[in-house]
Design a protein around this ligand. Structure first.
Ligand code: NDP
Length: 336
């Protein structure tokens, strides 16, 4: 097993700085030491990470993700505990971390070592490798939270089709796979028609052009969807809401198109539509464990593998730019 490095040992990290302490500059690669890491009661040898849309925003400085400087981005990690003063973790434990402000306000996963709070860790679930845990990552675990939200709203496969927006992205890909495994008729909305066979391979029954949700929003449109998982926001979410069937529900988790919501109250007051917000970063540990238990049942590992591309540390910066440009398909796993 890797030994705990000395305070002066150096290694490469993705590094974000700021000239004014407020606005981040685009990330670079920097040689740092253990002494540059922030305090935490558990030291982790990071073995795998991933690139989510949010990580792309942090790397490119196109969104206000890093809140302290300097910062190491990377909101998801899998690894092995090297040292622990936390009662729940001991040297050698295999752990994962999703969110909790890591990669934003606390140095994150884009370095081979991380010092974090044990309160943010969970033991890696049985049967999941570090690479698979990161193939799921925040995007996949958020997709599961979205499906659990639709469950809670009482949506059943017999109620009608479920729309997934941002389908070829990380959240969308995992949501399609989970919903299809559960027997839903899944309709995938994408701007990448060339990904039709990929999306059908994940379990989508139909593909729709995302431009169908880009027009002017009406208070109500023809009822089409029993429910939806939306990773896109803005006009898309507003148009989707106008098309949800009476009593249906939309789990909204993202803003890839924009953070605005130019909608009307009509779907809520005339069709009893529910709009459910899904948040993964600060969700409590029991909810995370429930989501991972559910993922083990509902996400076939061969489907997860089919949506995953493997990269290395040296590819992280480029991958951050690619994901913000909407060019990444499915999920990325980086192995150090
Ligand atoms: P990805 O970049 O992998 O996927 C986003 C997808 O959205 C793209 O692949 C594309 O799908 C679609 N898209 C991109 N730009 C536009 C646009 N201008 N108009 C319409 N559709 C667009 O990102 P993730 O899956 O990692 O994350 C998706 C969203 O969810 C992000 O906004 C992210 O911040 C948010 N998120 C929120 C979480 C939470 O806790 N609430 C947790 C995780 C993610 P296609 O090519 O198929 O059209």
């Amino acid at each position: 097993m890797t030994a705990l490095p000395a305070a002066s040992d150096s290694f490469r990290a993705i590094w974000i700085t700021s000239d004014d302490g407020k606005r981040a500059k685009p990330a670079t690669v920097q040689e740092i030491t253990m002494g540059d890491l922030m305090d935490g009661d558990v030291t982790v040898k990071v073995t795998h990470t991933t690139v989510n849309y949010k990580d792309g925003l942090a790397i490119t400085a196109k969104g206000p993700i890093a809140r302290k400087f300097p910062m190491i981005p990377g909101v998801d990690m899998a690894g092995t505990v090297l040292a622990s003063d936390h009662a729940d973790f001991a040297e050698g434990d295999e752990v994962i971390l999703n969110g909790f402000g890591v990669g934003e306000g606390h140095m994150g996963a884009y370095a081979p070592y991380a010092r974090v709070s044990g309160d943010w860790l969970i033991k890696r679930p049985d049967g999941l490798t570090g690479a698979q845990a990161m193939a799921i990552g925040t995007a996949g675990y958020t997709a599961m939270l979205c499906v659990m939200a639709l469950d809670k709203a009482g949506i059943q496969p017999d109620d009608g089709p479920i729309l997934v927006t941002g389908a070829a992205g990380g959240v969308g890909s995992v949501a399609i796979a989970i919903l299809a495994k559960r027997g839903y008729h899944v309709v995938a909305s994408t701007g990448r028609p060339e990904e039709e066979s990929y999306l059908k391979g994940l379990g989508a029954a139909e593909i729709v052009d995302r431009n169908e949700f880009g027009g002017d929003v009406r208070p109500l449109s023809r009822e089409k969807w029993a429910g939806a998982v939306d990773a896109v926001g803005s006009k898309t979410l507003a148009n989707v809401l106008s098309q949800v069937k009476y009593g249906g529900a939309v789990a909204a988790c993202g803003l890839a198109q924009g953070g605005d919501l130019p909608s009307f109250v009509h779907p809520f007051i005339l069709r009893a539509v529910q709009l459910i917000g899904v948040e993964s970063v600060m969700s409590p540990i029991p909810m995370r464990k429930a989501a991972y238990d559910q993922l083990a049942k509902d996400l076939p590992m061969e489907t997860l593998d089919a949506m995953t591309q493997h990269i290395g540390f040296d590819d992280l910066l480029d991958a951050g730019h690619q994901i913000v440009e909407g060019k990444v398909r499915g999920r990325l796993v980086a192995t150090y």
